[in-house]
Design a protein around this ligand. Structure first.
Ligand code: SF4
Length: 358
């Protein structure tokens, strides 16, 4: 599988699908000026581009689309959704889709399979909405498992913000916004190391969560992402650059020998993180969920990964709120797995509290 190290490996924009009104926005103009050679294709809506989103073909086609195509649109309805685990609120997204191709990713479950980055150019409206939303909340009433002090807004639910930041300043603008908002911070999880973000100076108002899993498994299922050791290597630098850095152990995948591989990962974290990073570290643990339709598509391009992701003898069906047929590890079995990994974190990373594990 491909493991990319730089933005250039990941993105080489040659075609831009855009809603025509995009040209009326400063961010739209900036992005179009950044890629002057790109072929521009006007579309009525960023949601309906059958030649991109309906493509269930081969991984080669997807990779090409994810690397060479960008979609520009305008986020029409702005709202925040209440959340309970990593954040209090899910912010209106400044993008969706992703240039990476993790086998288990739920992002293509929503918008189609070859789902390149779609950037929303009305970032000023999104930021103004967030400013007003945060102002209405007042102070966080009491410390909770999400934060001691601030309301936390998730901005990366539908993609990977570190990759988005390689295209334009939407993520940087949101980070600057939250520096000014007195009662809130933002957060996103990432699988990509974008060193440019070390210059953003978030002043502890951005919590970046590096997703980690054992190297061996990541090589199989985290397609086109930064290698796990690169993500761990950069943590001290991000902490020094003014980020709060947490780790997201996800998805946790069961297989023969999984415990030994997690031990290797924890040893690497212990060896590489300095005291300052360890002191502020918090972990989140999420076990794998999978989806029947995604499994069937994956069988066409990456069946090897499905040998570990799709284990009907160990999994049970769980219908999602949108009616999708998802699977997760069977209840009692999963309880044991969660307990095992939680115990390991407590023992191996004693400085690292767990925000949640499920
Ligand atoms: S990096 Fe995140 S959003 Fe992108 S494909 Fe992987 S899991 Fe999905």
């Amino acid at each position: 599988m491909l493991h990319n190290k730089t933005v250039e490996d990941l993105l080489d924009i040659k075609e831009i699908y855009l809603e025509p009104e995009v040209r009326n926005y400063k961010r739209g103009e900036e992005i179009l000026a950044k890629y002057p050679e790109a072929n521009l294709i006007e579309v009525p809506s960023h949601w309906k581009i059958p030649e991109l989103h309906g493509n269930q073909g081969s991984i080669e086609d997807w990779t090409k689309i994810k690397r060479n195509v960008l979609v520009l649109g305008i986020k029409k309805s702005l709202s925040c959704r209440a959340n309970t685990r990593s954040s209090h609120w899910v912010a209106p997204s400044q993008s969706n889709g992703c240039t990476m191709s993790c086998s288990y990713c739920y992002v293509p479950r929503r918008k189609g399979f070859a789902n390149p980055i779609s950037v929303f150019v009305n970032i000023d409206q999104i930021c103004n909405y967030l400013r007003r939303h945060a102002a209405k909340q007042g102070e966080l009433k009491a410390p909770d498992h999400i934060d001691d002090q601030y309301w936390v807004y998730e901005i990366g639910e539908n993609g990977d913000c570190s990759a988005d930041a390689a295209i334009c300043d939407n993520v940087k603008d949101m980070m600057n916004l939250f520096k000014e908002i007195p009662n809130a911070k933002l957060t996103f999880a990432t699988k990509f190391v974008n060193r440019e973000m070390l210059t953003y100076d978030p002043q502890l108002k951005t919590r970046i969560r590096f997703s980690l899993m054992p190297h061996k498994m990541s090589k199989l299922v985290d397609v086109r992402t930064s290698p796990i050791s690169h993500r761990i290597d950069i943590i001290n630098d991000f902490v020094d650059a003014g980020y709060e850095v947490n780790v997201n152990f996800s998805p946790v995948i069961f297989y023969e020998g999984w415990i030994d591989d997690w031990q290797i990962l924890f040893d690497e974290i212990n060896d590489k993180l300095n005291e300052k990073s360890k002191k502020q570290l918090i972990a989140e643990i999420i076990f794998l969920t999978h989806n029947q339709q995604l499994h069937e598509v994956n069988m066409g391009w990456h069946p090897k990964a499905e040998e570990v992701l799709w284990r009907p003898e160990l999994q049970e069906v769980k219908y999602s709120q949108t009616g999708g047929r998802n699977v997760r590890y069977k209840r009692g079995f999963k309880g044991d797995l969660v307990e095992t990994l939680v115990d390991m974190v407590h023992e191996q990373l004693p400085y690292c509290p767990i925000r949640y594990a499920f």
